[in-house]
Structure formats: structure tokens, C-alpha cells
Design a protein around this ligand. Structure first.
Ligand code: ADP
Ligand code: MG
Ligand code: ZN
Length: 476
């Protein structure tokens, strides 16, 4: 295994969040009746002409700028020809020789060391439709709602050397797309999808080995597992003295293996040529400068700012900035309670866990930042204990409750009244005469025992500082 170096290059397709399709005014809305979002252009009727959606160009250029690409002043749309029922024109409009963006790079951190992955190109293209094979009728159907939905394809250099690096690169790419607001990043629904090219070569060899192209992975976990499996499979072949053949392989989720889909011989010859219906696309310097000025703060810059502005550790800042919505949630909570580190801890330990369990994104969080901020304040001011705060968290989260009202209604305020606490302390000491005697004889470790008993008697509502103070007095 370790005799070979793995080489991985990724092709990522990101569906752009435009209102209308790339070459017509049909809606891109998801979940419509089949063939509801279809017109003469996207259904491939003869005699119609495509009209480019300017938003698509803007989004593709912004992604290029975000990953340090050169944005070409002129780029060309090309026809990629193949026959398939979900492609009514018989060709897909894409870009081939001159894409809109080239020569970018993206730095990722894996196991504490930085790795720069080259980005070969980013080009615009239209999505195909969907074939639906009926289980009840002996028939297949074609849904063209997705036909003409805009995509960008982001092609990396073969710069990654492990499944971890590939996943880190994908996560960084997805994060940037979502920060830019140009893609929803949903892997399950296919708005962010990737093909992984994997090959092996002996360490020290410059020439690349023969690659397999892996498809059908719709989560980061699948990408990780498919690449790991493929590396093992190719290593076994090479160890056996066999050759790896160039082919497309599908990841089988249930079995955790990759299996051959088609070989190089069956690979398509796409007969690319410039689309005569579309003039070369020109992006002026002024337009590009205007788009550059609109770029939001990107994940890496935001992480660095979280460290300097809020005093968070780089690791915590990483967690909080990976998702734009989580970062926004954190900043709003921190602003409202003025306790950024505490807010960060509540979000990382409690909120993310609850969101995860409920399979919700931060954007759909039932608990608004104002309520989490109030919870932080309740704990920091001593009105409730941290323990009670954590106990009530799942419920106030799920129902989006105001923790202050909740605490008042349930009578959960911390007992900070020394008279009320004193009777609880007296009772615990009276109930445990042997421990009191032992403590007085020098077994001071028993302090924890007394505190525990008092907490139990008060259902966790006693103010720990006050308990310690009272015990200190009574046991002196
Ligand atoms: P195609 O479009 O036919 O899939 P490309 O040459 O455009 O081929 O390469 C697609 C992807 O495959 C790129 O991300 C590239 O970095 C990667 N790649 C090319 N050769 C290899 C190789 N030998 N091993 C691993 N990845 C490779
Ligand atoms: Mg490919
Ligand atoms: Zn249309």
C-alpha cells in the first residue's frame, strides 16, 4: 500500500442559485410538477435561440475571483454532443477551449499542515434533465425541469494525495460557494456534486498513473470512502503485477465499493465545437472590478477575524466559520450578550449538537440568536446555574422559547438567597453526622460530598459559590 502515492483530481459541479435558467426565462424552482418549468428553448425545439442569463456570468466570475483565478476577458460557449433522452437538443452547451476562469488555487489545512490545490478552470454549462423509470408502469419518463439549470464546473489539478485532502478541498470549495450565496451546497439534492479521478504511482515517479473516474457520491463521507476503497483496489492490482485500466466507476453506497460503469473504449467522443448561436462572451475590466468589490468576507478571512476580534482559538474559529449561517448566528449572539467566548462555547457544544440531531441547518434554527444570548446572560449573571442552562437547552431549542420566561415559569432560578440556602445546608449537615465528624478530623476532601448533597437537595439550583461560603462557615 505505502509503496504507492495516490494522486487525486476533482471535477465539481455546482448548481447556481439563479431565479431563471441559463439560456431561457424558465424558473429554476425545485419540486414542481414534471415539465412545468419548460419552454421551447430548454426543450430543444428547432428554430429558437439561447439568450445568456447575465447572473450566471456574474456568479461564475465571482467564484473565479474568490479562488484566485484569472477571469478571461473573452470566453466561448461550445456544444458537447451526445445522445441521451434527458438531453433534448442532442448537445449540452458548455465551455471547452476557452472557459471563463483559469489558473486558480485553494489552500486547505489537513492534519495541521497547509496544502495548496491548483484550480485548472471554472466553466459555465447547462444541466440536463432527469429520466424517471416507473416502478408500476412499464415505461420511462423524462422530466425537463432541470434542463438548462445553470451549473459551474470547477476542475482541480491532480494535486491531492489522500482522501482526507480531497474532502478538505471539497469542504472549502463548498463553503466559499455558500458564502458567495451562489449555490446552496446541498450534496444530497445534487446541487453540489463531484467526480473524483484517482490514480497511483510509485513514490518519486513524476509521470501520472492511469486513473479511474469515480461517480455517484452524494456526501463527503461517500467521497472519502469511495477514494479510500479505490486506492486499495488499485494498489492490490499493481501489487499483483496487473494494470489499472482507465474507466468510469460508480460508487455503490450499500456495499462501500466502486464498480466499473464504462471503459475508455465506450467513452464518448463529444465532438466539441463553438456554439454558433452564442457570440463570444466579453467581460470588461469595469464589470469585473464591480463584481470584485461585491465579494463578501470569505471563510478564511472571517476565521482570522474571529481569532483577532473575539479572542477565539483558530480551531474554534474554524468550526464557527465553516458554515456561513453558523458564523452569522454566532456574531449576532455575541453582539447581543457581549460574551463572545461563552456564546462560542454554547454554539459549539449545545447548539450544533441539537441542530445535527434535528437534521436542521443553522438558517432553520428554531432558537433565535436573541434567545441564546439571553441564556448566556442568565448563566453569566448567576440567575441560573450552567448545569440548569444545559438541562433546559434541548427544550428551549426545540420550541424556540425565551429562556428567561421559561426559567421564571418553571421556578428554576438559582437559589442565591442565603437564608433559603442556609436551611438546606443545615439539613444536609444534620443528616450526615459521620461525614461532618470526619471532615472536622481533617478529611477535607469531603467538601465535595457536601456540595453534591446540597446540589441534589436543591435540584441543582443552589448557587455554588454561596454553598461553598456557607459550608466553610458552618464547618469551621
Ligand atoms: P476528462 O475531462 O476527460 O475527465 P481531464 O484531463 O479534464 O479529463 O481531467 C479531469 C480531472 O482529472 C482533473 O481534475 C485532473 O486533475 C484529473 N486527472 C487527470 N489525470 C489524472 C491522473 N492520472 N490521476 C488523477 N487525476 C487525474
Ligand atoms: Mg472527467
Ligand atoms: Zn425554458
Amino acid at each position: 500500500m505505502s509503496r504507492y502515492e495516490a494522486v487525486i483530481g476533482l471535477e465539481v459541479h455546482a448548481q447556481l442559485r439563479t431565479k431563471s435558467k441559463i439560456f431561457c426565462s424558465c424558473s429554476t424552482a425545485f419540486g414542481m410538477e414534471p415539465n412545468e418549468n419548460v419552454c421551447a428553448v430548454c426543450s430543444g425545439m428547432p428554430g429558437v435561440l439561447p439568450v445568456l442569463n447575465e447572473k450566471v456570468v456574474e456568479y461564475a466570475a465571482k467564484m473565479g475571483l474568490a479562488v484566485g483565478c484569472r477571469v478571461n476577458a473573452a470566453s466561448v460557449f461550445a456544444r458537447k454532443n451526445y445522445f441521451y433522452p434527458d438531453l433534448p437538443k442532442g448537445y449540452q452547451i458548455s465551455q471547452f477551449e476557452t472557459p471563463i476562469c483559469e489558473h486558480g488555487h485553494l489552500a486547505v489545512t489537513v492534519d495541521g499542515s497547509e496544502k495548496v490545490v491548483g484550480i485548472t478552470r471554472i466553466h459555465m454549462e447547462e444541466d440536463a434533465g432527469k429520466n424517471i423509470h416507473s416502478a408500476t408502469e412499464n415505461a420511462s419518463f423524462v422530466d425537463l425541469n432541470r434542463t438548462g439549470v445553470p451549473l459551474i464546473e470547477i476542475v482541480s489539478e491532480p494535486d491531492m494525495r489522500s482522501a482526507e485532502e480531497a474532502v478538505a478541498y471539497l469542504k472549502a470549495l463548498r463553503s466559499i460557494l455558500v458564502y458567495l450565496g451562489i449555490c446552496d451546497g446541498n450534496m444530497e439534492e445534487g446541487s453540489f456534486r463531484c467526480d473524483a479521478n484517482v490514480s497511483l504511482r510509485p513514490f518519486g515517479q513524476a509521470e501520472l498513473g492511469t486513473r479511474a473516474e469515480l461517480k455517484n457520491m452524494n456526501s463527503f463521507r461517500h467521497v472519502q470512502k469511495a477514494i479510500e476503497y479505490e486506492i486499495e483496489r488499485q494498489a492490490d492490482l499493481l501489487d499483483d503485477g496487473q494494470a489499472v485500466i482507465q474507466e468510469t466507476r460508480l460508487y455503490n453506497v450499500d456495499k462501500g465499493v466502486t464498480a466499473s460503469m464504462r471503459g475508455k473504449e465506450e467513452a464518448h467522443d463529444y465532438r466539441y465545437f463553438p456554439d454558433p448561436d452564442l457570440v463570444p462572451l466579453v467581460v470588461t475590466d469595469a464589470q469585473l472590478a464591480a463584481w470584485a468589490a461585491e465579494l463578501p468576507e470569505l471563510p478564511v478571512a472571517r476565521r482570522d477575524r474571529f481569532v483577532s476580534q473575539y479572542g477565539l482559538t483558530p480551531k474554534d474559529a474554524d468550526v464557527l466559520t465553516a458554515e456561513r449561517d453558523v458564523a452569522d448566528y454566532f456574531e449576532e449572539t455575541a453582539r447581543l450578550c457581549n460574551e463572545p467566548k461563552k456564546a462560542a462555547n454554547w454554539i459549539m457544544s449545545e447548539l450544533l449538537r441539537e441542530l445535527n440531531q434535528a437534521a436542521l441547518t443553522a438558517a432553520a434554527c428554531p432558537l433565535p440568536p436573541a434567545h441564546l444570548a439571553r441564556l448566556v446572560t442568565l448563566v453569566e449573571s448567576g440567575k441560573i446555574s450552567g448545569k440548569i442552562g444545559k438541562q433546559i437547552f434541548p427544550e428551549i431549542f426545540a420550541q424556540g422559547l425565551d429562556p428567561e420566561t421559561y426559567v421564571d415559569q418553571k421556578g428554576l432560578s438559582q437559589i442565591s438567597d442565603s437564608l433559603a440556602l442556609e436551611s438546606a445546608v443545615d439539613r444536609v449537615l444534620a443528616d450526615n453526622p459521620d461525614e461532618v465528624a470526619a471532615y472536622k478530623a481533617g478529611k477535607t476532601k469531603l467538601m465535595g460530598f457536601f456540595v453534591g448533597q446540597i446540589m441534589k437537595a436543591t435540584k441543582g439550583q443552589a448557587n455554588p459559590a454561596l454553598v461553598n461560603e456557607l459550608l466553610g462557615k458552618k464547618l469551621a
